[in-house]
Design a protein around this ligand. Structure first.
Ligand SMILES: Cc1cc2nc3c(=O)[nH]c(=O)nc-3n(C[C@H](O)[C@H](O)[C@H](O)COP(=O)(O)O)c2cc1C
Length: 203
């Protein structure tokens, strides 16, 4: 099939999110200027450069009246943490996605313990195997189809990375044991369970 995306696709559900898979989940912890802690998953998330290490997440799909708390907090205080969500933490990750008021701490909601960060104020998800402490860089406001609603691509510079020692084997991150969670289309998820290597050709 082919469809122009500003016209109906004729399918029961929009297949776009199945066409960009798997998407890693940035489990974003942030804090408001008044000190309210927040946690939410974002699958429009990725690393965008290695030197320096930079990440992005896309906050969209909320009402015009209310900006997503993660976006508001990051723009307000300039800091966030990307916690790695895993197959083991899937239920807690899902629980933290509840659309709740800004004064609700999703760590409590999901039954998760916090751990202080070293370089930024937002706490980390203690149970997560990897955390990236980030300093907000800038937001790119993308086109939005709902008047007044932001479609924001937030970028940040990773200033510190924690990897739990138990997941470092001979200096290599043991991704097969971590089993990072990733988002597919519809209500589907996957996790990394098979790894193979290839060497790049020489020019
Ligand atoms: C696996 C998963 C991935 C999600 N990815 C995104 C995303 O990329 N962008 C987005 O705006 N919302 C996404 N959501 C929805 C947000 O997590 C949800 O709106 C949440 O309440 C936002 O919280 P906040 O207002 O505290 O930032 C996702 C939800 C789940 C469960």
């Amino acid at each position: 099939m082919f469809w122009e995306t500003d016209k109906p696709h004729g399918l029961p559900h929009n297949p776009f999110k199945s066409c960009v898979v798997p998407r890693p989940i940035g489990w974003i912890s942030s804090i408001s200027a008044s000190g309210q802690v927040n946690l939410a998953p974002y699958s429009f998330f990725n690393g965008v450069s290695g030197e320096p290490p930079m990440v992005m997440f896309g906050a969209n799909g909320n009402t015009a009246e209310r900006t997503k708390d993660s976006l508001a907090n990051v723009e307000e205080t300039g800091e966030f943490v990307c916690n790695m969500s895993t197959y083991e933490l899937r239920d807690q990750m899902n629980a933290s996605s509840a659309q709740v008021d800004a004064d609700i701490d999703e760590f409590d909601l999901a039954g998760l313990e916090t751990e202080p960060s070293q370089l930024v104020s937002p706490p980390r998800v203690k149970a997560a195997p990897i955390h990236m402490e980030c300093i907000y860089y800038k937001t790119l406001d993308l086109p939005s189809e709902t008047p007044g609603m932001r479609n924001a691509l937030v970028t940040g510079r990773v200033v510190g990375i924690h990897i739990k020692d138990e997941f470092l084997i001979d200096g290599i991150v043991d991704i097969e044991r971590i089993m990072p969670l990733a988002r597919m289309g519809y209500k589907d998820y996957t996790h990394v369970e098979k790894i193979f290597s290839m060497t790049r050709p020489k020019a």
